[in-house]
Ligand binder design. Structure first.
Ligand SMILES: Nc1ncnc2c1ncn2[C@@H]1O[C@H](COP(=O)(O)OP(=O)(O)OP(=O)(O)O)[C@@H](O)[C@H]1O
Ligand SMILES: [Mg+2]
Length: 279
């Protein structure tokens, strides 16, 4: 059965999409069959592969909105052409935002879609990208997943924002009597030279698991952990301009990083993904 990972935070710009990309490429490099689902109407994940979201609007068979009408959604093959890799994408488009306003009360659409099409038998890992809001779409992705990955920036506002995120998640899990197996908080865009980052990394590492344990009785049944921080590196932005994940970019283009630094970053990302998937 596939692991279904939702990468979520109600804050914007925290590295959700970049995290989806490197988790996917690391899983593919391990020979896993991977499906990415872009559940964000901004469609950054879709655009990141050089695809124009407009193409998937309206009657297009890959329109993600089809799932709300119980119709098929055709996946797009985004694996390298000359490889046997299985890397598929359900792209997003602007219309998902319009549907998002109407889907109140339809919180299980994504879960039912995955079940109906037996996607957990087709793929080893399903990775879902989210928009930066706690809305009906994010509720759909949480209720479809067994692993929740939460990238967070190590500052005061962002750390405090996590409390609200977990409170909302707890309410949703309670309303649907649903439990997730794992929650991994991934401090992202970390600058070890910035004092604020150092202080809030420590707070996140020490206080967030305790906060969950004391205030979120359902989430605390899951395996909750905080990963090592992912550093702020220009390589992430360079990777985007090549339409690659940072993982693939470091492999293919090497970046301006010294070999040692590059290998350290690759190893760190592999370790984070290993921990996310560890049973
Ligand atoms: N570790 C990192 N170091 C440097 N830049 C990063 C890092 N992670 C992500 N970025 C960059 O930060 C920007 C935001 O990242 P990303 O789009 O992944 O965030 P997001 O949480 O998906 O944003 P949104 O909420 O808008 O969907 C992008 O330009 C990305 O290249
Ligand atoms: Mg994004």
């Amino acid at each position: 059965m596939a692991e279904i990972i939702t990468v979520a935070n109600q804050k914007g710009g925290v590295s959700k999409t970049a995290t989806c990309r490197y988790i996917a490429d690391i899983c593919v490099a391990q020979g896993k069959k991977v499906l990415l689902i872009d559940f964000d109407p901004q469609a950054s994940l879709t655009k990141g592969f050089g695809l124009n979201p407009k193409l998937f609007e309206g009657v297009n068979t890959s329109n993600i909105c089809n799932m709300f009408y119980k119709e098929i959604v055709q996946v797009i093959n985004i694996a390298d052409e000359d490889s046997d890799d299985v890397l598929h994408l359900i792209p997003s488009n602007r219309e998902l935002g319009l549907i998002g306003r109407e889907i109140f009360g339809l919180d299980l659409i994504l879960r039912n879609f995955i079940k109906t099409h037996q996607l957990t038998k087709v793929y080893d890992v399903i990775i879902i990208d989210n928009n930066p809001k706690f809305d009906a779409m994010l509720i759909n992705t949480i209720l479809a997943s067994n692993i929740v990955v939460v990238p967070v920036i190590t500052t005061k506002d962002e750390q405090e924002g996590l409390h609200g995120f977990f409170q909302n998640m707890e309410e949703i899990l309670s309303a649907y009597s649903y439990e997730v197996e794992k929650v991994v908080i991934v401090p992202s865009r970390y600058n070890k030279k910035t004092n604020v980052h150092k202080i809030y990394l420590k707070i996140i590492e020490e206080e967030m698991p305790l906060y969950i344990q004391n205030s979120c009785s359902i989430i605390s049944k899951a395996n909750v952990s905080v990963s090592k921080p992912v550093p702020e590196k220009v390589a992430f932005q360079d990777a985007s301009s090549y339409q690659l994940s940072v993982y693939k970019f470091l492999h293919v283009h090497g970046s301006q990083l010294k070999k040692e630094e590059r290998e350290k970053l690759l190893h760190l990302l592999e370790k984070i993904v290993k921990n996310i998937l560890k049973k």
